[in-house]
Design a protein around this ligand. Sequence first.
Ligand SMILES: NC(=O)c1ccc[n+]([C@@H]2O[C@H](COP(=O)([O-])OP(=O)(O)OC[C@H]3O[C@@H](n4cnc5c(N)ncnc54)[C@H](OP(=O)(O)O)[C@@H]3O)[C@@H](O)[C@H]2O)c1
Length: 299
Amino acid sequence: MNTSHPRLGLLGFGEAAGRLARDFSQAGFTSILGYSRSGARAQPGDLVHRRAQAAGVTLVKTVGTLAKKSDIIIAMTPGKSALPALKKIRKYLRPDHLYVDASSNSAHNMEQAAALVGNAAKFVDASIMGPVDLMGIKVPFVASGPHAAAFRDLMTPHGMVINVVGANPGDASAMKLIRSVLMKGLAMLLLETMEAAQRRNILDAVIEDSSVTFNEIPFQKIIKRYVGGTAVHCERRIHEMKECLELLQGMGSTDRATKATIAMLRDMVKMGMPQQFKVEPDTIHPVIDALIAARAKAA
Ligand SMILES: NC(=O)c1ccc[n+]([C@@H]2O[C@H](COP(=O)([O-])OP(=O)(O)OC[C@H]3O[C@@H](n4cnc5c(N)ncnc54)[C@H](OP(=O)(O)O)[C@@H]3O)[C@@H](O)[C@H]2O)c1
């Protein structure tokens, strides 16, 4: 493998691959091949053909050619197509190939993909953590598995941003999904809070007030305080949250997130958190460990 500019094979050549390829070309890569089913049939003038030309990519007609003429294969298909695409290219893989699956997928599917590749190539689970069309080669990737560091070491000198997050295939995809638990859950909490605030005609005041907290305290400290504080004070917070629920229901406001909060607080009381944590611990680790241990015991 030419490690200064390895030969790139892009399996799936849609929006993400096309945008990244443009930046790869600018970064000095001279051999970039692309394969997609429509790309294999494309005629000059077709969208995929124009995208390839603009990005300095040669479209190939078979996955066999893609594999033969590439050192690193980056799969950027839709999540549901990742395994079928891998099954098709599997027999052409070589032990020196880095096979990077960058499709958005479940951790389980990534584990399956890694098992399917086996020793045929060096498999990397990768997740793209931002919008490729806006960020191009600077879009953050997280990668996991025994060959994730090789992917990072090979591609970061050329401008990619790759953070190794776990020892096993599936960890990177799990990280992306777990981040969504926070981000999408936070969006739901904001919606519930802001709807209630608007119903009381205090929306701007609530935005102002809550922003003071979140603007002034670093998020690491917020995580520590909220997790640790909840372990210590879960019992008394149930009472307060029941009053919140009553307020929301009285106004006809959405109450799903508040009900979930009460349910979680009750769980934590049942788990004996207030007995275990009389004061906030220095890190969140003992609280999370206690939570996992209590759930295992209850199961
Ligand atoms: N775009 C982004 O900003 C972004 C951000 C984060 C994550 N991602 C993830 O990156 C992946 C690609 O995203 P995208 O936006 O580029 O999607 P896209 O525009 O829909 O492109 C998908 C590409 O995969 C090809 N493909 C589908 N099935 C295939 C198969 N069996 N074998 C070979 N190629 C196949 C498609 O072409 P044919 O159907 O013609 O084969 C197409 O070229 C997705 O998993 C997406 O969730 C994208």
